[in-house]
Design a protein around this ligand. Sequence first.
Ligand SMILES: Cc1cc2nc3c(=O)[nH]c(=O)nc-3n(C[C@H](O)[C@H](O)[C@H](O)COP(=O)(O)OP(=O)(O)OC[C@H]3O[C@@H](n4cnc5c(N)ncnc54)[C@H](O)[C@@H]3O)c2cc1C
Length: 400
Amino acid sequence: MHVLSAASFGPSQVMTITLQDFSGSPAPAGGIRRLTVPLVQLQATYGRLLRSGAKILGVTNGLTSTAAMPESGPAGSSAPVSPQPAQSSGKPANKPAGKAPAKAAHANVPVNLYKPKAPFVGKVISNDSLLKEGAIGRVNHVTMDLSGGDLRYVEGQSIGIIPDGLADNGKPHKIRLYSIASTRHGDNLAGDTVSLCVRQLQYEKDGERINGVCSTFLCDVPPGAPVKITGPVGKEMLLPEDEDANVIMLATGTGIAPMRAYLRRMFDPGERARNPGYAFRGKAWLFMGVPTTPNLLYEEEFQSYLSAYPDNFRYTKAISREQKNSEGGRMYIQHRVAEYADEIFNLINLDSTHLYMCGLRGMEPGIDEAMITAAAARGLEWKTLRPQLKKAGRWHVETY
Ligand SMILES: Cc1cc2nc3c(=O)[nH]c(=O)nc-3n(C[C@H](O)[C@H](O)[C@H](O)COP(=O)(O)OP(=O)(O)OC[C@H]3O[C@@H](n4cnc5c(N)ncnc54)[C@H](O)[C@@H]3O)c2cc1C
């Protein structure tokens, strides 16, 4: 498979368009031509070719036209979006979009191994703050031991937690879902732990401070304590097995949990050693929104990936209470999306690109607005494009 060069994430990246019936000049035998263009000119060239009557067969990263077919695996593949300004991976441009390939590939992903009536009882191994001094609120990384059970999971799934105690109605508390922040191998790589990134919910009601039941339970639970766990659940946020995929991640606050798992799978040295069949070579671009610098989560891990994989990992922060957007207001994640819209849309044009959004539900309208504006500037309608991406299994959203 093609490996992108150091410069290839920037404006100097080139793309190869494979086309047929190009009437602008004599075609070689078979009518198949290959045209290499800078990434920044891809959209314009693509439009020109279409207008000239050419039939686009595929668009691939780099100088080669070798197809980078997504590998099949338990956690995903992608289907082409159609119609789209560009296609990649050498698959026919006119192949109808559909959910079937992604669904089939997800068939082996474990779900509901433990149900609320018979939860797995794990044991807390560690429970540490993820915040630095001066941060707002409380966010903890909680790791639990799963040994002795059969609770398996893959990156992008969630588990349910049943907090200790009884609800106001005298019955056991209902489960709350939490995105898994560890890879399938767990933080210790032994495959018998699960980690969560939990923000304590706190709000004021009638002048009284209310603490969320489960988030407070999880932030307070000490090492050694038992915790009732259900699941795993979810196939919405699975990572494609394609090692050459481009993965754009939009996270706010604890929405970083699944992204932290993806990034560990991609770049952590121990993980890479554990995954001989998955050596990520694509582009991973994390957009992270937090209120203040001390609220940045897993910062040291991400910085180490930036040092070790500068060609494959990109990290863009929106620190709302410290940075200003172009209009002088607070810098939220949607402002960063708007700022980098050109590059984001060039990547979206490739059917090897997946987008993930995770965090509080309130982030969705802002992102949508940024995408509507960015799409419109390119003659596209986000309202049409988003469902196409979703249908192709490339737009992944988990907000709560
Ligand atoms: C798929 C999924 C993944 C999730 N992943 C994570 C994660 O990784 N990390 C994480 O921390 N959370 C995550 N959550 C959220 C988590 O499930 C809980 O909802 C959260 O921790 C709060 O639960 P709690 O028991 O502490 O609050 P509860 O005691 O259940 O209180 C919540 C209730 O309080 C009320 N309330 C909340 N805010 C206010 C307010 N400002 N004013 C008045 N009333 C209010 C609402 O009625 C709300 O339903 C996820 C949710 C889903 C669905």
